[in-house]
Design a protein around this ligand. Structure first.
Ligand code: 13P
Length: 343
């Protein structure tokens, strides 16, 4: 079995990063397909995955792809040849054959917190170790993701109860993932939605990460074999304010340097509802500042929306648009990859 630290290092290979293609079926249908006027359902979700995963050349920029369980068992298109005349590959195999590691999201989504219904708690610990083993042995997944969602509302939210309970579950998941031989991606997403300032976002990110790493230490998680997936420090979406990349970099890195232990082998960013250009420019500024400040961990991208948006607008669910949609995707990948190097 590949050593966990080797997997983490491979995820963080310079100039590479992750594509998050792990929307649940409901999110894929409603937030991706329907939102762009594209038909929904299992076959359309398969075509949506194929659009991105079978794009030629992505191995130059992607070390891994985070998948959803339905996609593990679906097959590629072989460039639109749906007949049985060609050998179709399961998506995880298609990726592995091109040197891209398949990963799997294993949380089961969000439930409202009983005492604070505007906040959520992530579920999915029941039966987790069996699922992890099955994904690892059947599909060759080498890393895995669990997402918690942290909402900011003035000084009221997040409550410390929500932070602590989400942190505990992230740590329990991380411990199970490591036992199953997979690198856990820990994603406590601090949401962009809200009227908060960038400084409030920075504070909440820092507090969230302190709670997370405290819980990891309590549960003896090996911090040298986890990857942190985090939000950037940004003004809340409802303020309408667009922060300068330099300000985003200063506050994001400030929070990370205060809260993330040095032994963590890598940090990846989610795009969180930023436009593709914002997610690119902010990553570039963060990468530059991290170099300047000699940050102890490598940093890169793990985007879903910032990679998908332009391609989905072109694709519209039509086979004849696949080549130009893929071109938009690979161009964005190349730009974001350069940005991760500060270029
Ligand atoms: P976005 O880049 O769209 O935020 O998605 C990343 C992700 O994995 C959210 O869970």
């Amino acid at each position: 079995m590949q050593d966990l630290q080797d997997i983490a290092r491979a995820i963080m290979a310079p100039g590479k990063g992750l594509l998050a293609a792990d929307e649940s079926n409901e999110s894929a249908d409603q937030k991706r397909l329907e939102a762009f006027g594209i038909a929904t359902g299992e076959e359309m979700r398969r075509e949506f995955r194929d659009l991105f995963l079978a794009t030629p050349g992505i191995e130059e920029y992607l070390s891994g792809v985070i998948l959803y369980k339905e996609t593990l068992g679906q097959m590629d298109d072989k460039d639109g040849i749906p007949s049985k005349e060609v050998d179709h590959l399961l998506f995880p195999k298609l990726l592995s054959e091109r040197g891209i590691m398949p990963g799997i999201k294993v949380d089961d989504g969000l439930d409202p917190m009983p005492d604070s219904p505007n906040e959520t708690i992530t579920k999915g610990l029941i039966g987790l170790s069996e699922r992890l083993t099955e994904y690892r042995t059947t599909y060759g997944t080498t890393f895995t993701k669990w997402r918690a969602a942290i909402r900011i509302d003035g000084d009221r939210l997040p409550t410390s109860a929500a932070l602590v309970e989400n942190a505990k579950r992230l740590a329990s998941y991380a411990s199970e993932a490591q036992k199953a031989g997979m690198v856990p991606l820990l994603e406590p997403e601090v949401l962009l939605e809200g009227k908060h300032s960038r400084l409030r976002s920075r504070d909440v990110i820092e507090t969230t990460l302190h709670a997370l790493f405290d819980a990891c230490r309590d549960q003896a998680v090996d911090l040298s074999s986890v990857i942190l997936k985090t939000s950037m420090a940004l003004s809340g979406k409802d303020t309408g304010r667009i922060d300068s990349p330099e300000d985003v970099a200063e506050d994001t890195l400030g929070a990370l340097l205060n809260a993330v232990p040095k032994e963590v082998p890598g940090i990846v960013f989610l795009s969180g509802g930023q436009t593709p250009d914002q997610a690119t420019d902010n990553l570039r500024a963060i990468a530059r500042l991290a170099k300047e400040k000699n940050a102890p961990w490598p940093l890169t991208f793990s985007y879903a929306r910032a990679f998908q948006e332009e391609a989905l607008q072109i694709w519209m669910g039509k086979p004849e648009n696949v080549p130009s949609a893929r071109e938009a995707f690979i161009n964005r990948l190349e730009t974001v990859s350069k940005a991760s190097l500060g270029q």
